[in-house]
Design a protein around this ligand. Structure first.
Ligand SMILES: Cc1ncc(COP(=O)(O)O)c(C=O)c1O
Length: 452
């Protein structure tokens, strides 16, 4: 049962557990971003389908879905059975199994660029493998990446992600900034940062480092900042520049993979990268990720020239889970991603209508399969946000945080930074119920915000 939103102690048990955790878990959480959840990082007891339940008994229609990993909803029966059956046969062999071929063959059949694959346990690791492989294959040192695009929490993946305005660098030459201390400056020097969705700027950036770029890496739809889809010609420009430079085109499909359809964003937008990074939905909530790409590119790995390793790579438990996930995508067939997209669009339009009704400057943006809600600052212009700096200038983070808290209190869970994921377990009835709940939250936000 859901605790009434007026209850003062709605999150009492989560608060108590978070307090207890301070004495054993550093900072009380195991991933920095989780600390952002207000009013307190929540503790969950169980989930089923579209719903998630916290230890206080509050029920949420969940649009956070494990940061996008749980594309199949919470605790699908078939997946639980597949994992349990494998667990009885063996958890980990650090060796080969037929399962890994079965998963690899499914990926080959689904993803246009997947001639060969290698497995890891997280997309962060796969990003490192992709960059190493690109440098070894091309003999060039630099990786070009875009502001606002997230490629895992490693030293290399985070360069240029969400820099503060006073350290942006110029429009022409974005700085190579890393949000973490402890990263040596030589790592930053291996990156060229460009602004997203500015094709002439990208051409100039590549020309500036002509002959030294090993790869261009990107989120095909930049879900990690405001869900910015590529402007027409952007992905084609990356492809052409990579061809001209002899650089590799690396699509980071950690979020878009399987969500945008069986063939991911590369099929959705019609581009063919050289390498593809897959994470999240490939494992549906278990630690599983893959590097996919052209056969010839893997020769540096197969020859042993490039080291690729990992104790838990190709772990049978994760493979059993992944096989179930991929079969689920194939089972849904041509309905996917259409139905997810339609439901996402219904939610986006409903949120936009509520925003208009209550005079809240909230603007949903994205392809529906995933979307972002930007809260416009007073006086900020309308219109699509196409690059990170534009987002940083226009988004009113404190005001969004207040609305997000109101939504949480009504049992609608979006990601703290404004991202919403639709799972295959969500129905039209779930969306309509979420919008009913959201209306109460929007009304409260409209009442309270001016007093905050
Ligand atoms: C686009 C993208 N790449 C890479 C990663 C890293 O994935 P993981 O946290 O599984 O290592 C993420 C995680 O959110 C991501 O969104």
């Amino acid at each position: 049962m859901t605790t009434p939103s007026s209850s003062p102690d709605r999150y009492a048990k989560s608060r108590a557990l978070f307090e207890r955790a301070q004495h054993s878990v550093a900072g009380g959480v195991n991933s920095g971003i989780r600390k952002m959840e207000a009013p307190v990082p929540l503790y969950f007891s169980h989930g089923r389908g579209s719903r998630l339940y916290d230890v206080d008994g509050n029920e949420y229609i969940d649009f956070q879905i494990g940061q996008g990993a749980i594309l199949y909803g919470h605790a699908p029966e078939g997946m639980a059975d597949a994992i349990a059956a494998q667990a009885r046969k063996g958890l980990h062999w650090a060796a080969q199994s037929e399962l890994e071929i079965e998963v690899a063959e499914r990926l080959q059949a689904m993803i246009p660029s997947a001639e060969r694959v290698r497995f890891n346990s997280s997309a962060t690791e796969v990003v490192l493998a992709a960059f190493r492989l690109a440098r070894a294959h091309t003999g060039k040192p630099l990786i070009l990446k875009f502001e606002g695009h997230y490629h895992g929490w490693g030293d290399e993946g985070l360069v240029g992600f969400a820099p503060p305005p006073d350290q942006w660098g110029t429009e022409d030459e974005p700085s190579q900034l890393h949000p973490s201390a402890g990263v040596i400056k030589e790592v930053l020097e291996q990156f060229v940062v460009a602004r997203w969705n500015d094709i002439p700027h990208l051409h100039k950036r590549v020309a500036q480092f002509h002959g030294r770029i090993a790869a261009i890496v990107f989120e095909p739809c930049c879900c990690n900042t405001s869900c910015m889809e590529p402007v027409p010609g952007m992905l084609e420009a990356i492809r052409e520049l990579c061809n001209a430079e002899g650089a590799l085109m690396i699509a980071d499909e950690t979020i878009t993979g399987f969500r945008f359809g069986a063939g991911g964003a590369q099929q959705f937008y019609g581009v063919k990268p050289d390498l593809t990074i897959l994470g999240k939905a490939i494992g549906g909530g278990v630690p599983f990720a893959a590097l996919a790409g052209r056969e010839a590119l893997f020769s540096t790995i197969t020859s042993g020239k490039v080291v690729h390793a990992g104790t838990l790579n190709g772990n049978p438990l994760c493979l059993a889970a992944s096989k179930w996930c991929l079969d689920e995508i194939l089972r849904v067939g041509s309905d996917h991603p259409k139905s997810v997209k339609n439901l996402g669009v219904l939610l986006m339009e409903g949120l936009r209508s509520l925003a208009d009704k209550y005079g809240i400057p909230l603007r949903p943006q994205g392809p529906g399969l995933v979307f972002h809600t930007t809260m416009l600052k007073p006086g900020a212009s309308e219109g699509t946000i196409a690059e990170y700096r534009d987002y940083a200038r226009r988004h009113d983070a404190p005001r969004w945080a207040h609305l997000r808290r109101c939504l949480l209190d009504e049992g609608v869970r979006a990601i703290e930074r404004g991202l919403w994921f639709i799972s295959l377990a969500v129905s039209r009835a779930d969306i309509l119920e979420a919008l009913q709940r959201a209306e109460v939250a929007f009304a409260r936000h409209a009442r309270e915000w001016k007093h905050v």
